[in-house]
Design a protein around this ligand. Sequence first.
Ligand SMILES: Cc1ncc(COP(=O)(O)O)c(C=O)c1O
Length: 367
Amino acid sequence: MKLKTPYYLIDESKLLKNLKIIDYLRKNSNTKFVLALKCFSSWCVFGLIRKYMDGTTSSSLYEVKLGYEKFKKEVHAYSVAFSEDEIKEIPKYADKVIFNSISQLKRFHKYVRQLKIGIRINPGISYSQYDLADPARRYSRLGVINKSDILSALKFINGAMFHFNCENDNFENFSKSLDFIAYKYENILKRLKWVSLGGGIYFTKKDYPIENLCKKLKDFANAFNLQVYLEPGEAVITEAGILVTKVLDIVYNKIDIAILDVSTEAHMLDLLVYRTEAKIKNAKRKNFRYMIAGRSCLAGDIFGTFYFERKLKIGDIIKIPDALGYSIVKKNWFNGLIMPSIVVKKLDGSIKFIKSFSYEDYLNSLS
Ligand SMILES: Cc1ncc(COP(=O)(O)O)c(C=O)c1O
């Protein structure tokens, strides 16, 4: 099948590699795993993911609905702030609701009495390279900080969520943080039935000490007689897909610049947000150096500068690795650029075209 660029290619075999790690952790630590839809919500591959995960977690009513309709397992509802209309809808779709503040809990628990209710606790510690994603940053609004507030909420809740990591590949750090949480919240944890430790643990990274994580999670669960959850996003889809693009033009301004048929701003926004480079591998022989750039109007729409084996030419295909997390969910119509299609490489190696986006989709996103 001749596929037209640009497209995100989701590779089920690579996804399965990560899912098998999750399955191992699930079976050996009794932890339950819910997919963080904020990171990845391509429901065309939920059929595979749901075999290895227990459900979904969310940041909004729409993600709650998506989890209910397309994943069809446990549905956790969390939002930094629900509106009254939204919270009234939550019981139709969710098993659990996690409130971000005491004020939301007090105002809205009456609408969700039939669900398991939890509160997000901000332990005041975190692991994050980026201030933007640091839940313990100064003036953070993410979760309840005051311990006496949490104690006063115990009559309404039977669980809690701590999300305090972002791409944390350091087990020792995670382990110490969990010890801190166990110590600081001992009298609270003893009175709960379930605790989610959030996302951001990079356990699918090569050489991550899975056995140690297993033991740590199991010991924590046993110490407090809790059902422990993790809410991974990034770890589920790490290295499981690429963005396939084409060189549309090559210009020169003190360096060769190849312009692709995609854009960082519209199709891999986090590169701009976190000021990182795409994970294109430099060629061993450092022959030809190009700045790889997007085609939006932004002067800084740049994927990075890389070495290639040979001279690039117009029409060449450039594959941007590890392109699934927080990209497909954030893609947008900036500059009216063509939206990358969605393609899946199935477990048997066959290629399945899932969806393309048209001018009508662009038009309908506006008014
Ligand atoms: C509450 C919560 N849970 C889970 C996640 C998923 O994190 P990650 O994709 O880093 O695993 C996030 C990410 O911001 C989050 O805020």
